[in-house]
Design a protein around this ligand. Structure first.
Ligand code: UVW
Length: 319
């Protein structure tokens, strides 16, 4: 093995903590188990002003839809509209009903979305130790469906890393750690508590809208970077859900070891932390900077897609 060969995830994460078995041998929602009635009621009490934010990105944005390289944005096709009634053979309904219809063909991972816990793996095993062969032809285990059936409600905290670093957006390949999250929270005057849902703003996708060609050239998003201490912090804090405004929630290629999407494995596959990606945190961040309130009720449920590797979602934030 040459010096520059990245380690395997099996080797890199050999001693990393896991939550496999913690919620039984059939569990498919992982650290979302940390969110119970107590957390939902406490989060509801944070709604003081009646402000509502929806943090999904538009599907079919005229300016383009940012997606992971190799995926393509959703294609919406108009099936029926007023012109469908122009000629002979138009559909006929008693009373003269006309209507519009359309459909989309979309990557389930190609918009603001929840990843299924089984979406990524290494060493032939998914979340909770499930056999990776259970993904063949559709996710038999740890699909997005159990997350969708359950829903996610808890105390959300915005960590505005771009503002914290005094930038309009973080740069390609820029990293930050859990220590940076804590420093950001301290500067914002908000306490991070166990079982918080973390929403991290980088505003990196601004660069996609400025120049998508440059955005994809040498693609490496900014984000959290792996360390054993960071993984232990997420485990100790019992973080149920990591939400960011990047495509993959973490630095694409770890600059320290050359491994791709290490945290998808260390946090999602091993600890069962749900990942919510490609959110739009701009209006929320503006509001938090104005009123100084960085904690809120977070509520989300992805679409119920049987065997899905993920599913679109439009999470709600209420203050
Ligand atoms: C991959 O895991 C490749 O993508 P996502 O960012 O959708 O989880």
């Amino acid at each position: 093995m040459s010096e520059t060969t990245p380690p395997t995830l099996d080797d890199l994460l050999a001693d990393a903590p896991t939550n496999w078995g913690k919620w039984g041998t059939n569990d498919e929602v992982g650290s979302l188990n940390y969110l119970g009635t107590e957390q939902a009621v406490a989060a509801a009490r944070l709604v003081q002003q009646g402000k509502v934010f929806t943090i999904q990105r538009l599907i079919g944005d005229p300016k383009g839809d940012p997606v992971w390289p190799g995926r393509s944005p959703a294609v919406r096709t108009q099936i029926l509209d007023e012109s469908s009634w122009d000629g002979e053979g138009a559909p006929q309904f008693p009373g003269g009903l006309h209507y519009a219809d359309d459909k989309i063909e979309a990557f389930l991972q190609g918009s603001t979305q929840y990843d299924a816990l089984g979406h990524v793996w290494y060493g032939g095993k998914l979340w909770n130790g499930y056999d990776a062969r259970s993904t063949v032809g559709g996710m038999e285990l740890a699909s997005v469906e159990p997350i969708a059936q359950r829903g996610v409600v808890g105390r959300g905290v915005l960590l505005d890393m771009a503002r914290f670093r005094g930038k309009s957006h973080l740069d390609a390949a820029e990293t930050f750690t859990h220590e940076d999250l804590l420093a950001c929270a301290a500067q914002q005057g908000v306490e991070l508590r166990p079982r918080d849902i973390l929403l991290i703003r980088t505003n990196y996708i601004e660069l996609f809208f400025e120049d998508s060609e440059s955005f994809y050239a040498n693609f490496c998003e900014p984000g959290l970077v792996y360390s054993p201490e960071l993984v232990q912090w997420f485990a100790d804090m019992e973080i149920p859900n990591l939400v960011t405004d990047t495509i993959a929630n973490e630095i694409t290629i770890d600059p320290n070891n050359g491994v791709a999407l290490t945290l998808h494995n260390a946090l999602m596959r091993n600890l069962g932390i749900a990942f919510t990606e490609i959110t739009d945190l701009e209006s929320l961040a503006e509001d938090c900077a104005t009123d100084g309130v960085y904690e809120f009720l977070y509520a989300a449920a992805p679409l119920k897609v049987a065997k899905g590797t993920g599913a679109p979602v439009n999470p709600l934030v209420m203050k």
